[in-house]
Design a protein around this ligand. Structure first.
Ligand SMILES: [Zn+2]
Length: 291
């Protein structure tokens, strides 16, 4: 970034610019990676060793580190301590510089301030985990939406025209079949679930899926959603292509002649004098009803 860069249209003064550069390079919990070597620690921007206990007590714990065994031990950052150690905490000092405290040293040397610092560190860590989890879930949801499969293929086209021909059946017969499907009783002949009004694949494709995709897009704009809520939404979306296949499968069962042969046994169809129902595959497919 060069001097004179504008932020929201305002030109930065030299002082503001320097301040900004400083604050953007000071490591935070989010910008410090998992440290494995002493070099990675010592090379953090603003790193200082030999910090007086008094100043260290004012610091904020950023991250725990545990060096690789091969990295050996190094002195603690507290000048009154300087004991060799292999694990500890990266500390942000109030002046923006970075140092470190050996694992057990805080408890021994910093007293009650250490307990407070550890407490704040725990809160920060959990907050950070939540932020990371939300970030991951948002990325997964976004990927799912952008790579959403085209569900309009040969099988869905077949299901659509078949359901259209079902809709052209005499109204009384259609209503009888649909209410039979809704009752979902065990003794109901054959498989009626393919034509259940709330389980139709065309309704799923034209209404439920677009609605859920919209909900997911809105969720990506909503910063207050938790990782759990985002994950739940993603899982609901992920299940939909499979549901489309399953509903098509049920519709194929419905139009099988073995199933259609059972329909005249249904009381309302029997009363209407329907003796035989056939599915003629077409194109276009249509139902043949013999009275
Ligand atoms: Zn120490």
């Amino acid at each position: 970034m060069s001097y004179g860069t504008t932020v929201r249209g305002a030109r930065l003064s030299v002082h503001q610019y320097i301040l900004r550069e400083q604050t953007t390079t000071v490591p935070t919990r989010e910008t410090i990676n998992f440290l494995k070597t002493w070099e990675e620690l010592f090379q953090l921007p603003g790193f200082v060793d030999r910090v007086p206990t008094e100043l260290m007590t004012e610091g904020k714990l950023l991250r725990f580190y545990e060096m690789d065994q091969r990295a050996g031990l190094r002195p603690c950052g507290i000048v009154e301590c300087l004991t060799d150690h292999g694990c500890g905490y990266v500390v942000a000092l109030p002046d923006g510089r970075i140092s470190h405290i050996g694992g057990p040293c805080g408890r021994i040397l910093l007293g009650t301030k250490w307990a407070k610092a550890k407490f704040a560190f725990g809160i920060e860590k959990r907050k950070c985990r939540r932020v990371v989890a939300v970030h991951e879930q948002r990325a997964l949801l976004e990927k799912l939406i952008t790579e959403w499969p085209d569900l309009e293929h040969e099988d869905t086209a077949w299901a659509r025209v078949t359901l259209n021909s079902f809709d052209e059946l005499p109204a009384s017969m259609r209503v009888a079949l649909e209410s039979g499907a809704m009752k979902n009783r065990a003794f109901m002949p054959g498989c009626l679930s393919g034509i259940r009004p709330d389980r139709r694949v065309d309704i799923l494709l034209d209404r439920r899926i677009p609605a859920l995709l919209n909900e997911a897009r809105r969720a990506l704009e909503n910063v207050s959603l938790s990782a759990g809520e985002l994950a739940a939404l993603r899982r609901r979306l992920e299940a939909l292509p499979q549901e489309v296949d399953s509903l098509i499968c049920q519709l194929r069962l419905f139009v099988s002649q073995r199933n259609l042969d059972l329909l005249p046994l249904l009381r309302p169809l029997k009363q209407a004098g329907i003796r035989r129902v056939e599915y003629l595959p077409g194109p276009p497919p249509q139902f043949y009803v013999e009275r």
